[in-house]
Design a protein around this ligand. Structure first.
Ligand code: ZN
Length: 477
């Protein structure tokens, strides 16, 4: 998420360093990030989070309302975009008396933030107090965000609270499979990883995980680590390889923590099986208006301390909607009612872990990862068609036209005609007969610029309109 020194400098000098110096550079960068993320207010905030997670609903709501008032008052006073907007619509921060009053303000779209970017920056802080970074921009255009070290320290405390649910702490060793470019693209020989001694972390490059290189990864993984983190798609490649080759690691991580992409059911199963450990997902975003953490009961709890989540219904399914979030922690660039474009399926009833508040069964990534049928249906989680087909190592689905679907497949050696037939059968049963389907077999599926794999891409017009006048009444917390 954050643009590190290494990434800036990186691609000029770093690739030419010998391996031990790479480890040193990785460690230096690790140390820098550790100070930025875990310095200052981090520990104090984390201590407070350990307590606030047990608050009652009333306590949560009263805290959120206090914070929301501060955010709206500061936006009115210090943020040019909101000053103008409030004037235009005749809103004044005093009009806000409860969280339910939020719909007095319009929903904010990402394109607005891109267009008026600098007008969202607060004049209440000096630029010296701020940190600038770009969000990874899964959908192509990165977004420039201003924040403060204190906000980063708070935001990065939340996944650590989640890790504490699994008895994982910062001093534990771990393997990491995320988007960092730590090994030159052209490198053909191991090591495809480097050590961050400051964080007791081995960074595995996810850009080199070709079938020819995977045996080297497996060998490096023979060394014990206490836990594992990474993108679901990269951990899935590793896991499939270990399972296909019947390789049993001589150690078990306490847990595997995934983030940054939608975690698919088949990925979760394979990862959990290969590492013999529970998988816990984390949902966060560069805009820092919301975050959510999966507990050991498989429920995804929204972090009420970070933002207020409104859920606007999409389609007819009960408890499914689009997440509109108001951030409570970033003073430098406040976003009120920001349309994350992510779709959430809320869960009902209390979680056995005892944490109260808004929780989800699933968070389904961006709206453009939905397939639409000529009959007008909206199909979620279409990538489940790849489930339990061991001959398919990896798959991607692209909708190019309303009645045209491309399926891209990386085959495992065991792939059979029977599996292809089964796949077609599933597509038919989910999407009906009018959808045309083309299958293409490839060696590797290209990643986005940030190393993420998008399992489903819709090239249709992306907007799923929120009906005018729709009040985001359900699931407000
Ligand atoms: Zn729970």
């Amino acid at each position: 998420m954050m643009m590190g020194h290494m990434e800036k400098l990186g691609m000029e000098i770093y690739p030419h360093l010998p391996h031990q110096l790479k480890n040193l550079a990785c460690s230096f960068e690790g140390y820098r990030l550790r100070r930025l993320r875990f310095g200052g207010e981090h520990d104090k905030y984390l201590d407070w989070l350990e307590k606030s997670q047990w608050w009652s609903l009333e306590e949560q709501r009263s805290y959120q309302l206090d914070q929301l008032r501060l955010v709206v008052a500061s936006a009115e006073k210090n943020v040019p975009y909101y000053r103008e907007l409030f004037k235009k619509i005749g809103f004044c921060s005093q009009d806000l008396n409860s969280i339910e009053d939020l719909p007095l303000l319009p929903i904010l779209q990402k394109v607005e933030v891109q267009k008026y970017n600098q007008s969202f920056v607060s004049e209440g802080l000096s630029r010296k107090e701020m940190v600038k970074y770009s969000t990874s921009g899964t959908t192509g255009t990165p977004l420039s965000i201003m924040t403060t070290p204190s906000c980063i320290q708070k935001y990065f405390a939340l996944p650590w609270r989640q890790k504490s649910w699994f008895n994982v702490n910062k001093n534990m060793s771990h393997a990491s499979f995320n988007g960092r470019q730590i090994i030159p693209q052209k490198q053909q020989h191991p090591p495809f990883w480097c050590q961050n001694w400051a964080g007791r972390q081995t960074f595995f490059s996810i850009y080199h995980m070709s079938p020819a290189n995977l045996p080297a990864y497996a060998k490096e993984l023979m060394y014990r680590r206490e836990y594992v983190v990474g993108y679901p798609s990269s951990l899935y490649i590793m896991s499939k390889y270990l399972l296909e080759e019947n390789i049993r690691l001589p150690w078990r991580p306490i847990a595997v923590f995934t983030s940054s992409e939608t975690l698919l059911d088949n990925q979760r199963e394979a990862i959990s099986q290969a590492f013999q450990a529970p998988v816990a997902d984390y949902y966060g975003m560069g805009e820092m208006v919301s975050s959510a953490c999966e507990c050991s009961h498989g429920r995804i709890h929204f972090d009420f301390e970070v933002g207020i989540v409104e859920v606007v219904p999409v389609g007819d399914e009960p408890n499914v909607g689009r997440m509109i979030c108001t951030g409570l922690i970033n003073d430098a660039m406040p976003f009120i009612r920001y349309d994350t474009q992510d779709i959430v399926q809320l869960s009902c009833g209390e979680c056995p872990c005892g944490r109260r508040g808004l929780a989800a069964e699933k968070i389904d990534g961006r709206v453009e990862s939905f397939i639409r049928t000529p009959e007008g249906l909206l199909i979620k989680r279409i990538s489940s068609i790849f489930r339990d087909l061991p001959g398919i190592r990896e798959g991607q689905i692209i909708q190019t036209e309303i009645d045209m679907l491309q399926i891209i497949i990386v085959k495992a050696p065991t792939f059979s005609q029977r599996e292809e037939d089964e796949l077609f059968g599933r597509v038919r049963s989910k999407l009906g007969l009018s959808m045309r389907v083309e299958v293409e077999y490839v060696e590797q599926i290209p990643r986005e610029r940030n190393g993420k794999l998008r399992a489903v891409i819709s090239k249709l017009n992306k907007d799923i309109e929120i009906p005018p006048g729709e009040k985001a009444s359900r699931g407000v917390l």
